[in-house]
Design a protein around this ligand. Structure first.
Ligand code: FAD
Ligand code: NDP
Length: 321
């Protein structure tokens, strides 16, 4: 039988690495399973898919997402985290020590006294024409992260979606763009009343109802136009565009925990108020996997810290080390 880890961390974004740094510095020698393209995202998480990060404290000049995640990884290892580039495909939390199974060796249980789940979420996008050419060259899935970049100033901006995220992002972008278009596939928004009102009252936002974006084009360096199709009439129209933001929801990476941990109707893990504790004692969840409201690197890191401290207290209380 293999040794029992005090802490196993599943996932490797800002939440996972912050949990690793704290539990490593507490002498708990955590094992991190960072994933291998798990949820379609490289080890290091969602920030590996972006360029400049300008809102993570401590980097006044900004830092690229991949470099920030490289630095977190180095810091985790420096204090004693062992990192495995493997994806966890199955867990058994029915009794302690918990059993975790990696895709690389599905028959051998990895044993753990506590588990911190930090598997994040994946932003949904649409496979429109030109997507691959202009992703991160004007196409983004996070307005709050990218919207204030100089390329989005005083140019027409498009947001796709009709939920709270889309309304929030359109409202945010309206401060920067020359005009902001909210492109929604139906004739009614899904967003909460208050968010809808903010959009409908904003003279800098125009809603394109019953519409979809079918293509993005540009000069190769950045996006310059989009083709909007009216779903009802089938009519298409090319419009100048300096930015295109998808806000059509996220998918939390929680398939592995279905029927094991409590989740909300969208598959986000449910944690106790002001805590990262899940419904199973000794299993904690941090970052975007349990947060559909803030979804930022710093909030993910904050909850990773909470998870590590709670795991440490749990180990002390149960005497398991
Ligand atoms: P994630 O970053 O989602 O990482 C989770 C990791 O776990 C992934 O690597 C995944 O592959 C891995 N994983 C999943 N399942 C498994 C499994 N079964 N086994 C092992 N590993 C697994 N936030 C900001 O604060 N500032 C920004 O400028 C900013 N820019 C962004 C730009 C883009 C394009 C996107 C999509 C997001 C951006 N964000 C930004 C949001 C930020 O990236 C997220 O809030 C943050 O990364 C969430 O961190 P996390 O640790 O919860 O998980
Ligand atoms: P939602 O699932 O609520 O909305 C997604 C939107 O994208 C819907 O309008 C949907 O259209 C549209 N959409 C989905 N798939 C496609 C597609 N393939 N093509 C075109 N459009 C598509 O996601 P959100 O991210 O907006 O919100 C998720 C949760 O987070 C909600 O519970 C929300 O309330 C919450 N939230 C709260 C915030 C706040 O309180 N400040 C901020 C952000 C989110 P359709 O309506 O036709 O289905």
């Amino acid at each position: 039988m293999s040794a029992i880890h005090s802490v196993v961390i599943i996932g490797s974004g800002p939440a996972g690495h912050t949990a690793a740094i704290y539990s490593a510095r507490a002498g708990l020698s955590p094992a991190m399973y960072e994933g291998f393209m798990a949820g379609g995202v490289a080890a290091g998480g969602q920030l590996t898919t972006t360029t400049e990060v300008e809102n993570f404290p401590g980097f006044p000049e900004g830092i690229t997402g991949p470099e920030l995640m490289d630095r977190m990884r180095t810091q985790s290892q420096k204090y004693g985290t062992t990192i495995f580039t493997e994806t966890i495909e199955r867990v058994d939390f029915s009794q302690r020590p918990f059993k975790i199974y990696s895709q690389n060796d599905p028959d051998t249980a990895i044993l753990a006294h506590t588990v911190i789940i930090a598997t994040g979420a994946t932003a949904k996008t649409l496979p429109i024409g030109g997507f691959q050419d202009y992703w991160q060259k004007g196409i983004s899935a996070c307005a709050v992260c990218d919207g204030s970049l100089p390329i989005f100033k005083n140019v027409p901006l498009f947001v796709v979606g009709g939920g709270d995220s889309a309304c929030e992002e359109a409202t945010y972008l309206s401060k920067f763009g020359s005009r902001t278009y909210l492109v929604h596939r139906r004739d009614k928004l899904r967003a909460s009343q208050i968010m809808q009102e903010r959009v409908l009252k904003n003279p800098r936002i125009e809603i394109l109802w019953n519409s979809e974006i079918v293509e993005a084009a540009g000069d190769g360096r950045k996006i310059g136009s989009v083709v909007v199709r009216n779903i009802a009439s089938g009519e298409t129209r090319k419009q100048d565009a300096g930015g295109l933001f998808f806000a059509i929801g996220h998918k939390p990476n929680t398939d592995v925990f279905k029927n094991i941990l409590s989740m909300d109707e969208d598959g986000y893990l449910i944690t106790k108020p002001n805590s990262t504790a899940t419904n199973i004692e000794g299993v904690f969840a941090a970052g975007d996997v349990q947060d559909k409201k803030y979804r930022q690197a710093i909030t993910a890191a904050g909850s990773g810290c909470m998870a590590a401290l709670e795991a440490e207290r749990f180990l002390a209380a149960t005497g398991a080390h």
